[in-house]
Design a protein around this ligand. Structure first.
Ligand code: NAI
Length: 462
């Protein structure tokens, strides 16, 4: 008799959600987590702490930029970095303790320690070997650096070190204009750091709708971030004071150097599967280090599954959560399913940037006939009242059927607004369906409706 129905390895958003849902479906479940707290990268050193720092520094930015405009006068607050860090740590603790509570409530056993899989159906944690009918690997990912760049988490840091620098640096070079680079770059720019972002490609945020990416770069530049695009970083070296970054411009192969107090390497993440014993088990892997799975998260080993950042697909907490739920349903005898066509992506800068579905570039590449409905936040009274009228909503719909194919928003609360379109897309809605839905006034969401109207007879406030 197996001790557990399911053992999940990893207590991040993929693993803990899977564990809770398995328990809710009546399975006897354990989750192995070696960190002192649950929640994985997301809650401990990723999404949640970065949002705390983004919030604190956004408030600071508001004080400097907009308070006087609203008649709020007086001395601007001084930054106490240690207290800001303590606030961030409190936010982390509140969230990770919450997961611990949910484990207790749902009777999920937390096996504390690092797991290995000595044989199919067995999980070893420390000196104990546990047996399970099914094992789910949800071990997530870790930062991947570049050749010639040695991370010390002091001067040359990944997102982990960038969240907990001992002091606010005067200057920072960010390698990579992806989500991490721009979110952390925004945090430090607002704290007074001179941030220079060096990016290999000719645009920021690769994969984002090009029109949105262009507008985003313009806004971030206005906020003080400096961009060097088309630049391949060759290496970074830490010295006694700060570090040197060398890069080559791709257009003419010319070599350049930059110096900064801190260098943040934000060039992507890679699956974290080391130490599990997958090689010994003969688990099939993909060339880029992900565990190979079928459409139901099954590996080539019977009873062994994998979800989240450890498998193929966007490395996003909510993608992992959805896979965790679907996995649990499959193990519980139901029909778990993830719609990979409707997974939103959000960058939590100010303004926020959010997208779902196809970009205009993808539709062009596929040769699809589409129409574009666009609406600027300049025509949205609520956005204007809070000085956030920079940005727009763009809806892409099928030219013949009007079915929504994608949406891209840069503007206030974009990360929340996008979900109206996600729900619409799940229901196979047309742009007209959104346009005919009454939206409360005055809300930012009216901009989404106006963009949908622009797919038809036209927006009203444009
Ligand atoms: P990323 O893949 O988003 O961006 C990496 C950037 O580095 C790319 O633009 C790439 O062209 C550039 N790059 C690569 N090699 C380079 C070189 N030699 N020189 C200059 N530039 C180079 O990776 P990032 O930002 O590190 O994020 C990692 C993962 O974490 C992503 O999958 C991201 O989606 C996820 N994440 C999501 C967040 C969110 O949803 N808000 C927040 C933070 C991370």
């Amino acid at each position: 008799m197996a001790e557990f129905d399911v053992i999940i390895i990893g207590g991040g958003p993929g693993g803990y959600v899977c564990a809770i849902r398995c328990a809710q479906l009546g399975l006897k479940v354990a989750c192995v987590e070696g960190r002192d707290s649950l929640g994985g990268t997301c809650l401990n050193i990723g999404c949640i702490p970065s949002k705390a720092l983004l919030n604190a520094t956004h408030q600071l930015h508001e004080v400097h930029e907009n308070f006087e405009k609203m008649g709020l006068m007086g001395a601007a607050p001084r930054v106490d970095w240690a207290r800001m860090q303590a606030y961030k740590d409190d936010v982390i603790a509140g969230n990770t303790k919450g997961i611990e509570f949910l484990f207790k409530k749902n009777k999920v056993t937390w096996l504390k320690g690092w797991a290995t899989i000595p044989a199919a159906g067995q999980v070893q944690v420390g000196d104990d070997t546990h047996s399970a009918k099914n094992i789910v690997i949800a071990t997530g990912s870790e930062p991947s650096t570049l050749p010639g760049v040695t991370v010390d988490e002091g001067t040359i840091v990944t997102s982990t070190g960038a969240l907990a620098l001992p002091k606010i640096p005067k200057s920072m070079v960010v390698i990579g204009a992806g989500v991490i680079g721009l979110e952390m770059g925004s945090v430090y720019t607002r704290l007074g750091t001179q941030v220079t972002v060096v990016e290999y490609l000719d645009t920021i945020t690769p994969g984002m709708d090009a029109e949105v990416a262009k507008a985003f770069q313009k806004i971030l530049t206005k906020q003080g971030l400096k961009f060097i695009l088309g630049a391949a970083v060759q290496g970074a070296e830490a010295g006694k004071k700060g570090a040197k970054v060398s890069y080559k411009l791709r257009k003419d192969d010319s070599a350049h150097e930059l110096e900064a107090d801190v260098v943040l390497v934000a060039t992507g993440r890679k699956p974290y599967t080391a130490g599990l014993g997958l090689e010994g088990l003969g688990v099939a892997m993909l060339p880029r280090g992900q565990i190979k799975t079928d459409g139901h998260f099954a590996t080539n080993i019977k009873g062994l599954y994998a979800i989240g950042d450890a498998i193929i697909g966007p490395m996003l907490a909510h993608k992992a959560e959805d896979e965790g739920m679907a996995m649990a349903e499959i193990l519980g005898g139901k029909h778990g399913h993830v719609n990979y066509g409707v997974i939103p992506g959000v960058v939590y800068t100010t303004p926020e940037v959010a997208s779902v579905g196809a970009t205009e570039e993808q539709l062009k590449e596929e040769g699809r006939a589409y129409k574009v409905g666009k609406f600027s936040f300049m025509g949205n009274g609520r956005a204007k009242a809070v000085f956030q009228a920079d940005g727009f909503v763009k809806i892409l719909a099928d030219k013949a059927t009007d079915r929504i194919l994608g949406a891209h928003i840069i503007g206030p609360m974009a990360g929340d607004l996008i979900h109206e379109v996600c729900v619409a897309m799940e229901f196979g809605a047309s742009a007209q369906d959104l346009a005919l839905t009454c939206h409360a006034h005055p809300t930012y969401s009216e901009a989404v409706r106006e963009a949908a109207l622009a797919c038809g007879d036209g927006a009203i406030h444009a």
